[in-house]
Design a protein around this ligand. Structure first.
Ligand SMILES: [Fe+2]
Length: 342
């Protein structure tokens, strides 16, 4: 049990928005909106305020994921919640914002202003919902994903791998965690430009589905069959080499969508995705000193990937049911609680 057992209120205002309360390494409550909702979680903040009141908890320390690039969406929260396709890979404005969030938001002076503005608006909205905040700590996106997975696992120590579209400049992180100390070592981070989940999202849109309907592509793949040309194409587009995820979406030829059946494209995509993730996971697991492994981030919602994890690791792995951004409020709170936000 960690020495510090202060109550930490987690809050997340992006996709899968929600609130959570953590005490030490124990999750006290968690309220999560639907995966498609974005913006300040008003309903969930009100539920948290009522629960805190019931527990006689006054001012709390709060934690949120998202160190860089989120001030604009926090300032213009109402608009952010309503705009359709805010993360749509086919929309130029969403593509621009993706770079802003991951690169421009990390410029030091700019980031300090951003961080102060983001904290100010989050605290103000929490107060309006009935929650008084002593301090609000912002944590790294993938650290929050990792904490959400590890602290809900039954393990005392573990390697943790997270993968998703992007957040705080990364599309994934490999790290080592211990229950009493939290994050002990970041092995590596994958750049946001080499994102398997973002590429899968791009294919999802090009196959005619809406943003966030990646599970429909997986279902479609179930009716597809092997095609050598498609298999070669997807191998060129995504790979795992020398400890790095490599994405070359410029090598994706748009004509494949005219020449091949959608089911076969989905099949090739799903097969290659599972292959690359498998190579990456085994690469880092073999170099890991402990024999358990946890996963977090939206990519691990993929059923094909979950299937091979079960085959490879059986009882030695853990993926929470909610592993996408719906877990970030919990994760930020766990990390600040155990690691004191470091
Ligand atoms: Fe995420």
């Amino acid at each position: 049990m960690p020495a510090k057992a202060e109550n930490i209120l987690g809050i997340w205002d992006g996709h899968g928005r929600g609130t959570a309360l953590v005490s030490g390494d124990r999750l006290v409550f968690s309220f999560c909106g639907s995966g498609s909702e974005r913006g300040f979680p008003e309903e969930e903040a009100k539920k948290a305020a009522a629960s805190l009141k019931e527990m006689n908890i006054g001012r709390v320390t709060a934690a949120s994921a998202g160190i860089s690039g989120r001030a604009p969406v926090r300032i213009f929260d109402g608009l952010y919640g309503k705009v359709k396709g805010a993360s749509d890979p086919l929309k130029p404005s969403a593509r621009f914002y993706r770079h802003y969030e991951n690169v421009a938001g990390k410029i030091p002076v700019f980031n300090r202003l951003e961080s102060a503005a983001g904290r100010y608006f989050l605290k103000k909205r929490l107060l309006k919902s009935g929650i008084e905040v002593k301090d609000l700590v912002l944590t790294d996106h993938h650290t929050a994903h990792s904490a959400a997975s590890f602290f809900k696992s039954p393990f005392e120590e573990s390697l943790v791998i997270t993968m998703d579209g992007y957040g705080d400049g990364s599309s994934g992180m490999v790290s080592q965690w211990k229950r009493e100390r939290g994050l002990i070592n970041v092995v590596t981070k994958f750049s946001y430009v080499n994102s398997l989940a973002y590429l899968f999202g791009l294919f999802t849109r090009m196959l005619g589905f809406d943003e966030g309907e990646e599970n429909a592509v997986e279902k479609l793949a179930g009716s597809g069959s092997f095609d050598k040309k498609l298999s070669d194409s997807t191998s060129k587009i995504m790979a795992f080499r020398n400890g790095e995820i490599v994405i070359q979406s410029a090598r994706m030829r748009p004509e494949i969508f005219k020449k091949h059946e959608k089911t076969d494209i989905a099949y090739a995509l799903q097969e290659r995705l599972a292959e690359v993730v498998r190579e990456m996971v085994l690469f880092f697991f073999k170099r890991n000193p402990c024999d358990t492994i946890c996963f977090g981030g939206g990519l691990f919602m993929n059923r094909g990937i979950r299937r091979f994890l079960k085959e490879c690791f059986d009882e030695r792995f853990f993926v929470p049911d909610v592993c996408g951004d719906g877990s970030l409020a919990e994760g930020a709170a766990f990390h600040v609680s155990v690691n004191n936000g470091i």
